[in-house]
Design a protein around this ligand. Structure first.
Ligand code: HEC
Length: 132
């Protein structure tokens, strides 16, 4: 009985390992995040002079977000390794008021980003928000 149980356990591990790697695969800022920001955010957040005071076009997004203090809340816009302490994530999830922030969920005036896209950004922040 015991060897069978461990065989089943092993099979489970072998099955889960590749799935786990897929779900936790590396997210690239340039390839995965920048296109989302360009398509959904940069139209408004372009020069940094607009409400929100941040630039989200490809050349400026990283420097405007990572470890930069939010203007609306006590949080950083992105706190590497901590999506729950990253104001940007709260603005995308619609939990920004609970996080001590203000204003509307982003993208302003449009449907929220789908859950898969938000989770991609969350994973990138969890991985330390690398400029990769
Ligand atoms: C239609 C214009 C518009 C679009 C599109 C838009 N925003 Fe905003 N954003 C605003 C305005 C206006 C504010 C300030 C008022 C508010 O928060 O509701 C703001 C504020 C913010 C803030 C708060 C900044 C801070 O330092 O506290 C963040 C973060 C943000 N936006 C991120 C995004 C992201 C990410 C996207 C794309 C998914 C996006 N926005 C799309 C108009 C927009």
């Amino acid at each position: 009985m015991k060897p069978v149980a461990s065989l089943i356990g092993l099979a489970g591990l072998l099955l889960l390992a590749p799935l786990g790697a897929g779900a936790a695969g590396k997210v690239s800022f340039t390839k995965d995040i920048v296109p989302v920001l360009r398509a959904n955010c940069a139209t408004c957040h372009l020069t940094g002079q607009e409400a929100g005071n941040l630039k989200l076009h490809p050349g400026a997004a990283y420097a405007s977000l990572v470890k930069v203090a939010s203007v609306e809340s006590p949080l950083k816009r992105i706190e590497p390794g901590a999506p729950e302490r990253s104001y940007l994530m709260h603005k995308l999830d619609g939990t920004h008021l609970d996080a001590g922030g203000m204003g509307d969920q982003m993208p302003f005036g449009a449907d929220p980003l789908d859950e898969g896209t938000r989770n991609l950004i969350r994973r990138w922040i969890s991985a330390g928000a690398p400029n990769n």
